[in-house]
Design a protein around this ligand. Sequence first.
Ligand SMILES: NC(=O)c1ccc[n+]([C@@H]2O[C@H](COP(=O)([O-])OP(=O)(O)OC[C@H]3O[C@@H](n4cnc5c(N)ncnc54)[C@H](OP(=O)(O)O)[C@@H]3O)[C@@H](O)[C@H]2O)c1
Length: 316
Amino acid sequence: MKICVIGGTGFVGTQLITTLVAQGHSIKVITRRPERNRHLKTLPNVKVMSIDFFGNKVLERQIDTYDVVINLAGILNPSGKNTFEQVHENIALRVAQATQAVGTPRFLHMSALHADANGPSEYLRSKGRAVNKILAIEGLNTTIFSPSVIFGHGDSFFNRFAQLLNMMPIVFPLTCASARFAPVYVGDVVDAFINSIDKPETYGKNYALCGPQTYSLQELVQYTAQQINSKCLIVPLNRFISKPLAFMMGLFPGAPITLDNFNSMSVHSTCSNESQNEFTQILNVQLHSIDSVVPAYLAGRDFTGQMDVFRSQSRR
Ligand SMILES: NC(=O)c1ccc[n+]([C@@H]2O[C@H](COP(=O)([O-])OP(=O)(O)OC[C@H]3O[C@@H](n4cnc5c(N)ncnc54)[C@H](OP(=O)(O)O)[C@@H]3O)[C@@H](O)[C@H]2O)c1
C-alpha cells in the first residue's frame, strides 16, 4: 500500500513507519523539518517532505492515489504559533477533509484518552473537538485511536522521569502523584493502527487504548527510580501545592509540567473493561506489560548512562 503519515517523525510515527516499511509498504512522511529526520530517510521506500498544509490543493496533490492517510500530529505543550487549536484541530481537520476530497479509501487519526470538547484541559478539549469534527465528515472511512500514556524505546515518559530523577538525586517533589495511568506499549499501538486498516467494522469507531495494568503516577516514578538505581526520595505533593507549582513551572520553556498538563491529569487516564476488550479483541492486539519492555531501555540510564544519552543527543 501507499501510506502517507502526518506527524510520522516522532516517537509513535518512527515505530509505525519502521513496521510498515518492514511489511513492504511505501511511505510518504510529511514534516515541518525534513532535514532533521535522517533516521527515516535512510529507510527503504520512505519519502520525507515538507508542505504547506493550507496551500491551495497542496495536500490533496500529495495524497492523491494513496491508499491510507494517517494523522499523528500532536503536541503536549503549545509554543508560539504551534497552538493546540492549530495542531490538534485545524491541521487534523484539514488532513481529514483533504483525504475525503481525493477519495482516499482509509483515514486513521490519533487522539488521546478521554479527549473531550468539554474536558478539563485545552489539550483534551482540542483533541475532543477534532474527533467530533472528523467523525462528522461523510464518506471518510475513519478510525480513531485514543491511548493512555504510551511507553517504549524513545518515549517521553519513563525516559523523561529517568532524566529528572538523575537531575534531582536527593528529593523528587512529585505533582499529581495520585493521577492514574494505564501505560500502553508503542508496539501494541502500532499493531492496533495496522490491524484496523482492512477491518470495515472499525470505520467510524474511536478506540481507547490502555495497557494491561493501571498505576498511580507515584508508582510509575518509583518504578523508574528502581530501574535506574536512583535512591532519590519521591515526595508526593498535594493538589493545593501541585496546582500553583504547575502554573509557575509552566511559565518556563521545557518545564516538566504545566497548568494544562495538571488539568489533563485531573481525569484518570484509564479504560473500562469493555473498551479494553474492544481494543484487544477487535484490533487483535496482545498487550505488553511495562516490565516486559521498560527495563531494557532504561538500563544504563543511571547517572553515567545519562551522560552518554546527552552526548548522543548533542551529537558529540
Ligand atoms: N506519546 C504519548 O504518550 C501519547 C499519548 C496519547 C496520545 N498521543 C498522541 O500521539 C501522537 C503522536 O505522539 P508522539 O509521542 O509520537 O509525539 P511526538 O514524538 O512529539 O511527535 C509529534 C509529531 O507531531 C508533528 N507535529 C507537531 N506540530 C506540528 C505541526 N504544526 N504541523 C505538522 N506536524 C506537527 C511532529 O512533526 P514535525 O516536528 O516533524 O513537523 C511530530 O512528527 C500525538 O498526536 C499525541 O498527541 C501520544
